[in-house]
Design a protein around this ligand. Structure first.
Ligand SMILES: Nc1ncnc2c1ncn2[C@@H]1O[C@H](COP(=O)(O)OP(=O)(O)OP(=O)(O)O)[C@@H](O)[C@H]1O
Length: 262
């Protein structure tokens, strides 16, 4: 479990400002979803929390330590990162790919404990049968699962996931969400996930951050954030929101205006 405190964070690519004065507190083991339109800054925010990108101003504290004073390897011992799926090529077996997750702890040399950890993660995710398959020959859904397993092998208190359900069928979407939820509930890990599907975010998250144009527009429980007003303001879409207890179900109805392609 890792506490993440972001205060007045700003970030821009070259001279273009992207994130503007983002302040967020994430305490304890919780499942946090970041939602928002294309280009809102979700991936950029995850990359700043993981020190892949360095904010121009503001502070990020991880368990009280300022990220500015932490080396990348130290960050990797606390926070694992599952990047947005791409056509990445790993000319390795599934086992070797997951073993890469141990690198922040072991450098290049693995020992018996690392091998055990990898088998444990493969078993927990039900993918031990494909341990010796070549990563490149797996389907997109299977590859996504292996990338999550690689992050789990890192054995960190927090995990960041960038749209891990995109390109997955509904069975695999639920599988990813259930695995992350188990991690949060059983292993007390803090999970932060960028996700487009508002209903997956609603059902599984403890907290949702809704972003637009590099700012957090709304933060709170799914019922607090997923309102017709917020959806209209942020997505320019009229939606019907039906509340099943504390879990809103969002049905998008129609676009409210023209939007530039972002
Ligand atoms: N490497 C880069 N160089 C310059 N601009 C970038 C770079 N990466 C992202 N951007 C810009 O930063 C803004 C935020 O992008 P980001 O990928 O963080 O958004 P996002 O909310 O994750 O979007 P999506 O939902 O489409 O993945 C966009 O305007 C994007 O064009």
């Amino acid at each position: 479990m890792v506490k993440i405190k972001i205060k007045d964070m700003c970030f821009g690519y070259a001279s273009t400002p992207i994130l503007e004065n983002v302040s967020v507190d994430i305490y304890g083991s919780s499942f946090v979803s970041i939602v928002g339109p294309n280009g809102a800054g979700k991936s950029t925010m995850l990359k700043c929390i993981n020190k892949i990108l360095v904010p121009d101003s503001g502070d990020i504290h991880i368990d009280g330590y300022n990220l500015k004073n932490m080396k990348r390897m130290e960050v990797a011992k606390n926070i694992a990162y599952v990047p947005q799926s791409s056509n990445r090529v790993f000319p390795t077996t599934v086992f070797e790919t997951v073993l890469m997750g141990r690198r922040p702890h072991i450098g290049w040399f693995s020992n018996e404990k690392d091998i055990e950890k990898v088998w444990q993660v493969l078993e927990e995710m039900g993918i031990e049968d494909i341990a010796l398959s070549s990563f490149d020959e797996l389907s997109g859904g299977q590859q996504q699962k292996i990338l999550i397993a690689r992050a789990l092998a890192q054995d960190t208190g927090a995990i960041l996931l960038d749209e891990p359900t995109s390109n997955l069928d509904i069975w695999h979407q639920l599988d990813v969400m259930e695995n992350v939820q188990r991690l949060v509930k059983v292993k007390k890990v803090t999970a932060i996930m960028a996700v487009h599907d508002l209903n997956l975010a609603s059902r599984y998250s403890d907290q949702i951050l809704m972003m637009k144009d590099g700012k957090v527009v709304s933060a709170g429980t799914p019922a607090q954030v997923l309102t017709t007003e917020n959806i209209a303001k942020v997505y320019e879409v009229e939606a019907h929101v039906h509340n099943y207890g504390e879990t809103p179900y969002v049905m998008p109805l129609k676009q409210l205006g023209m939007r530039a392609i972002t």
